[in-house]
Ligand binder design. Sequence first.
Ligand code: DX5
Length: 225
Amino acid sequence: MRPVSIVPSVLPADFARLGEECAALEAAGVDRIQWDVMDGVFVPNLTFGPDVVAACRKHCSVPFEAHLMVVDPDPTLERWVDAGCELLIVHAESVRHLHRTLARVREVGASAGVALNPATPPSAVEHVLDLVDMVLVMTVDPGFGGQAYLSSMEPKIAEVRRLIDERALDVDVEVDGGIGPDTVGGAAAAGANVLVAGSALYRDPDGLAHAVTDLRQRAEAAQTA
Ligand code: DX5
């Protein structure tokens, strides 16, 4: 079993106080923080650039990952590393030369992740699994928080996990979109060990720390069920 990681999306956070929000997430026990980078083209929404991430870097020490929902990630890869991101996730659908882009991510000193939109099959990344540290299976169509979890992605999560394991690679499987108390078990049982959650963390009446612990316990229980 791969260790479970709980990774918040900052999309539901108060953008006027992002530094403090990052510190609060760290205090709540998260393992990493995901920055949802949207360019208004690859997805129909716009969020933030590397300068915002850099400004928040000094407010916490928990690792950052950048989920690059942009049409052309190559020119800005170094900017995200300079801003303090340790892991860069590019979408398989966003680049012409995925093999080259993933190799470039490692060249600029980051860990590499590759993301699959719901309609994209695992075969799209089968031949670059040796170049990544993580595969992100989107469980919603990217662009917005608060959407419903696509349980139809669970066979795909299992297929990605199988492709990785049959090659004996040290690669995590992350899921993102609609993850909460009622859905995290299905994703973890299918093979995901890194769980991104946005609205479910911020709507927990018992607070962030309770939400993080609850998701982690449910995922770990599902892994061993
Ligand atoms: C959507 C983003 C997700 C989203 C998750 O495109 O990639 O990270 O913010 O939010 P919830 O957990 O609310 O679906």
